[in-house]
Design a protein around this ligand. Structure first.
Ligand code: PMP
Length: 418
């Protein structure tokens, strides 16, 4: 008998029958409030009727309009709609299917455009699982161990993880920028450095917002040395953080922006955006793919972007996110085992620490598992897996936030005592 790989273990025991909005209905007849959104993907909730209608309509016209053979209206329309929300100047788009593919295309572009070999990443970053993307990923050696040699030319600099260092955010930023300057002297000369690659908030690496001053420090150094600044907005994009793009908490403009996940409410599509002059420096033949920019996914993407605008979902993300963070911070007051509660918008990280301040993965896992029993789906993250992350859909209501918080509280009390 064939079966799924033993490594495809689910974070919850739930088998889904169907889902709508913020709710997943299991084959066990139970309903679960979904604060995982398929790892930050189902931005407009599950099966939003407008997304379903757009996909159904497109599937009846053409499903696979291979985009290097023929063009199709949904991709042109999606490109136009993205133009309305992308930072000024990022006016050229390349589409792929997954976040990893888009990350790899951004890296290829940076090397081709600058003629330089090295990419600087930041500790705890997650950029995907394909070999090059896994090389760029430092959110856990579990993502990159066992299949070396990895890609050459990738160098990891420290990330300002203030809570871990026990410093203020300002101290952590100062330290990391100083280390980066030292890095240019000790590890990769600026003239060998093609790009900085950074998430506006660490995602799988611990749900940790990147301090705006750090992004601004990177921008300064990128400008000074002709290095490209690539923001990986795969998880932070499309309203997740309470701004349309996570980097918009800072004053920077990126040179390349990578998007995926929330862009199409669950259909696989990803993109990189760059100024046309930069995109044109990609070598002929380096951009393409069989399935990139799929017509049904692009139609779902158009419906998603319309919904984000029409239902003011970025604002909802900010308001509901503030409610969620404030409520979880209240729970934290009763439980010293919750060391840190952080995040912007609907991207909340809850870091568990033992009495001596060391990371407590066992408790994080126990809480994550216990939430399912209380009818709430959650995930863990972080290199040490000691962070529980809450990722509600952008359509989540005030009532659903309240229900989610009550259920989370019940799970924490079950594990840590009331
Ligand atoms: N970058 C970031 C920031 C991500 O969060 C992820 C997925 N968790 C990826 C890249 C990789 O995306 P995919 O799994 O679609 O390849």
């Amino acid at each position: 008998m064939t079966a799924l790989s033993p490594h495809l273990k689910q974070a919850t025991p739930v088998v889904v029958d169907h889902a709508l909005g913020s709710w997943i209905h299991g084959t066990d007849g139970r309903e679960y409030l979904d604060f995982t959104t398929g790892i930050g993907v189902t931005s407009t909730g599950h099966c939003h009727p407008r997304v379903v209608a757009a996909a159904q309509e497109q599937a009846g016209k053409i499903i696979h309009a291979q985009y290097t053979t023929v063009m199709h209206p949904p991709l042109l329309e999606l490109t136009e709609k993205l133009g309305e929300v992308l930072p000024d100047g990022l006016d050229s788009l390349f589409y792929a299917n997954s976040g990893s593919e888009a990350v790899e295309s951004a890296i290829r572009l940076a090397r081709m455009a600058t003629g330089r070999p090295n990419i600087v990443t930041f500790q705890g970053g997650f950029h995907g699982r394909t070999v090059a993307a896994a090389t760029l990923t430092t959110a856990g050696t579990r993502f990159s161990a066992g299949f070396s040699p990895l890609m050459g030319g990738v160098h990891m600099a420290p990330f300002p993880y203030a809570y871990r260092y026990g410093w203020s955010v300002d101290e952590a930023v100062d330290f990391c920028l100083r280390e980066l300057d030292y890095f240019f002297v000790t590890r990769t000369a600026p003239q060998d450095t093609a790009a900085f690659l950074i998430e506006p908030a660490l995602g799988d690496g611990g749900y940790l917002p990147t301090p705006p001053a750090f992004l601004e420090g990177l921008r300064e150094r990128a400008d000074q040395h002709g290095i490209l600044l690539i923001v990986d907005e795969v998880q932070t994009g499309c309203g997740r953080t309470g701004k349309f793009w996570g980097h918009q908490y800072s004053s920077i403009s990126p040179d390349v922006l990578i998007t995926a996940k929330g862009i199409a409410s669950g259909f696989p599509i990803s993109a990189i955006a760059a100024p046309e002059e930069l995109m044109a420096k990609a070598w002929p033949g380096s951009q393409g793919g069989t399935y990139g920019g799929n017509a049904v996914a692009a139609a779902a993407g158009c419906a998603t972007l319309d919904l984000i605008r029409d239902e003011r979902l970025v604002e909802n993300s900010r308001v509901r996110g503030d409610e969620l963070r404030t409520a979880v911070q209240k729970i934290q007051q009763d439980h010293p085992g919750i060391g840190d509660v952080r995040g912007n918008g609907l991207m909340l990280g809850i870091e568990f620490t033992a009495e001596d301040g060391t990371p407590d993965s066992a408790t994080a896992l126990a809480v994550q598992q216990a939430t399912t029993g209380h009818g709430l789906l959650t995930l863990t993250c972080g290199p040490l897996l000691n962070v529980v992350r809450l990722i509600p859909p952008l359509v989540v209501t005030e009532q659903e936030i309240q229900t989610g918080v009550e259920r989370f509280d019940a799970a924490v009390s079950e594990v840590l005592g009331a």
